[in-house]
Design a protein around this ligand. Structure first.
Ligand code: HEM
Length: 234
C-alpha cells in the first residue's frame, strides 16, 4: 500500500473516530441533550459504549489482517484506533468525575471567571468522599478503573520511541494486556446492569470471538513451529 493512501486512510480513521464526539456535541448544542430525562446518565452511557466499541474494533484488526497478506497494512491502524478507545474511556471517566459525582462545574466556571482558580480543588474536596465511597462500595466502578488504568499504561507506552526503549518483546508482552482491559470493560458492563438485563451480551460475544481467534492463532503457530522442528530433525 502506498504511503499517500495510508495517510488518506488515517485521515478517514480520525474523522470516523471523532464522529461520535461530534454527534454528542451536536446533541448538546441543538438543545436535545437538555431535553433528555437524564443528560448526565446519557453522556456516561454514550462515552462508555463508544470506548468499548472502539476498543473491540482495535482488537479485531489483528485477526482480520491475518486473513490475507494483502490486508496486512491494517495493522498500521491498530495503535491509532486503540488511542481513540483510550480517549473515549477518558471522556467517560471525566464524565464520572466532573458530572456524575456531583462536581459543580457551573460553580467552578463562575469561580474561574471571578478569578478564584482554587475553586477547582475546593469542588474536588467536596466530591472526593463520594467518589472514594463509590469506588470502595461498587465493584463495577473498581473494574472500570482497572480497565482505564490498563488503557492508560498502553497509551503512555504507545509512541515508537518508548517501544524501542522497552524492546519489542517487552512492549508486546505489556500490550497483550489490552485483552485484559477489554475483559474488565465487559465485566464492568455486566456488573452495572440490573439482574436480567442482557444488553452486554453482544459486546461479550464479540470479545469471546476475538479471544478465541487469538488463542487459536497461538496454538496453530506453536503446532507449526514444532512440526518444523520435527521435519528439520529428520
Ligand atoms: C475509569 C473508570 C470508570 C468509571 C468510574 C466508570 C463508570 C461508569 C458509570 C458510573 C456508568 C453508568 C452506570 C449506571 O448507569 O448506573 C458506566 C457505564 C458504562 N461504562 Fe464505565 N466506567 C469506567 C471505565 C469504563 C471503561 C474503561 C469502559 C470501556 C472501555 C467503560 C464502559 C462502560 C459501558 C459500556 C457502560 C454502559 C453503557 C450502557 O449501559 O449503555 N467504562 N461506567
Amino acid at each position: 500500500m502506498q504511503k499517500q493512501t495510508i495517510i488518506l486512510l488515517k485521515a478517514v480513521t480520525h474523522i470516523l473516530c471523532l464522529l461520535p464526539l461530534l454527534s454528542l456535541y451536536r446533541f448538546y448544542s441543538s438543545g436535545a441533550l437538555a431535553l433528555n430525562s437524564d443528560p448526565i446518565n446519557f453522556i456516561t452511557h454514550f462515552t462508555g459504549n463508544w470506548a468499548l466499541w472502539i476498543l473491540l474494533a482495535s482488537l479485531a484488526i489483528t485477526p482480520i489482517r491475518r486473513i490475507s497478506v494483502r490486508i496486512s497494512w491494517l495493522i498500521r491502524f491498530r495503535r491509532l484506533i486503540g488511542l481513540y478507545a483510550f480517549f473515549y474511556a477518558t471522556l467517560h471517566l471525566a464524565t464520572y468525575l466532573f458530572l456524575f459525582s456531583g462536581y459543580d462545574v457551573v460553580a467552578v466556571l463562575d469561580g474561574l471567571r471571578a478569578g478564584h482558580p482554587a475553586v477547582i480543588f475546593e469542588q474536588f474536596r467536596q466530591v472526593w468522599p463520594y467518589i472514594w465511597d463509590d469506588v470502595m462500595k461498587r465493584r463495577f466502578v473498581q473494574v472500570g478503573f482497572l480497565a482505564w488504568l490498563i488503557l492508560l499504561a498502553l497509551a503512555a507506552t504507545s509512541p515508537a520511541a518508548i517501544m524501542r526503549a522497552m524492546g519489542g518483546k517487552n512492549w508486546q508482552r505489556l500490550h497483550r494486556f489490552v485483552y485484559l482491559a477489554a475483559a474488565a470493560a465487559v465485566i464492568h458492563y455486566w456488573w452495572l446492569v440490573k439482574t436480567g438485563v442482557l444488553s452486554p451480551w453482544k459486546d461479550t460475544a464479540i470479545l469471546a470471538v476475538l479471544l478465541l481467534a487469538r488463542v487459536g492463532y497461538v496454538l496453530l503457530k506453536k503446532r507449526s513451529v514444532s512440526t518444523t522442528k520435527v521435519v528439520a530433525a529428520r
